[in-house]
Design a protein around this ligand. Structure first.
Ligand SMILES: CC(C)(COP(=O)(O)OP(=O)(O)OC[C@H]1O[C@@H](n2cnc3c(N)ncnc32)[C@H](O)[C@@H]1OP(=O)(O)O)[C@@H](O)C(=O)NCCC(=O)NCCS
Length: 271
């Protein structure tokens, strides 16, 4: 038996659904008890392809016999994390397929900048827990009464694996734009000392992006020797709440004038 591990492609959607369905119907390992409908599975795979999310399949003579995917979390503060799911057809377990799938997927997730991979596994799923531990996953807690199948309740474990570093290393030349939004808008204000020069006083209240801020003492400073001006740091260049909602008010009602002359393609245009 030669099993290949390859990145998933559109041509594997039906095969992926088939193996997911077979594992789900075993009713012992997944929260699914059958695969979702084809349209949903296709959307999941196409989204992964579009976003470059890691997903690999195991192929035996072209037939999908296993999968492993990591779906990154969309929220800005959680974007370093991804959620892992996997399974191998019962006919192909215990032969190293799961390990190879997991290894390929974790490598791709690390290359994509994910530093925390997490998953939920049924507490009685010894093979999967053994596999995850072998790849450095640690148990972070027990989710009690997490899954109920056929009248029985099962606990689950929350497991996660952290990359050796906690933040994503910023590649040379990548610049501020790719970093945390907070850092991108980091700015400073020049605060003149008690005997500050006129040039420093003139900058009062101005927030300047760190990269654009003048160095202290200012080039025009007339008391360089005794300069005690300093920078005041801010996370954002904007001052004060800007939206009505930030000020505890209700947003203004939205109004518009219909400018279309013909009926459009929306269903409601025909009502
Ligand atoms: C978990 C699963 C993916 C492992 O895939 P696999 O191809 O059988 O695993 P491998 O043959 O690559 O084994 C890798 C490691 O898993 C562990 N493992 C595999 N089968 C095991 C078993 N029956 N008991 C204990 N550990 C086992 C071992 O640590 C093994 O390493 P080793 O061979 O060096 O001892 C597979 O059993 C499976 O698909 N189970 C059903 C679906 C599922 O549980 N998915 C995970 C949901 S969170």
């Amino acid at each position: 038996m030669t099993v290949e591990i390859v990145p998933i492609g559109r041509r594997h959607v039906a095969g992926f659904r088939e193996v997911l369905d077979s594992v789900a119907r075993e009713r012992r390992f997944l929260a699914y008890t059958e695969a979702p409908p084809m349209t949903e599975v296709r959307r999941f795979v196409l989204n992964n392809l579009k976003r470059g999310s890691p997903q690999f399949v195991a192929l035996d003579a072209g037939r999908v016999v296993g999968w492993c995917d990591v779906v990154p979390k969309p929220r800005e503060s959680l974007r370093h994390s991804g959620v892992l799911g996997m399974g191998v057809a019962s006919t192909h377990r215990g032969r190293g397929v799961g390990g190879r799938l997991l290894s390929a997927t974790l490598d791709a997730a690390t290359a994509a900048g994910l530093s925390r991979i997490e998953l939920i596994v049924r507490a009685d799923n010894a093979p999967a827990i053994g596999l995850y531990r072998g790849f450095g996953f640690a148990t972070e807690g027990t989710l009690r009464d997490y899954i109920r199948i056929d009248g029985s309740a099962y606990d689950a474990l929350m497991m996660a694996r952290l990359a050796p570093w906690r933040g994503r290393p910023v590649a040379e030349g990548e610049g501020m734009a790719a970093r945390d939004v907070k850092l991108r808008y980091h700015c400073v204000e020049v605060v003149a000392g008690p005997d500050g020069c006129e040039a420093a006083k003139a900058l009062k209240g101005q927030r300047l992006l760190s990269a654009d801020a003048p160095r202290l003492p200012l080039a025009t400073c007339d008391q360089v020797e005794h300069c005690n001006c300093r920078y005041l740091h801010h996370d954002d260049r904007r001052v004060g709440p800007r939206r009505e909602a930030d000020q505890g008010k209700l947003p203004s009602p939205w109004s518009y004038t219909e400018r279309r002359e013909k009926r459009g393609r929306r269903e409601t245009d025909w009502e």
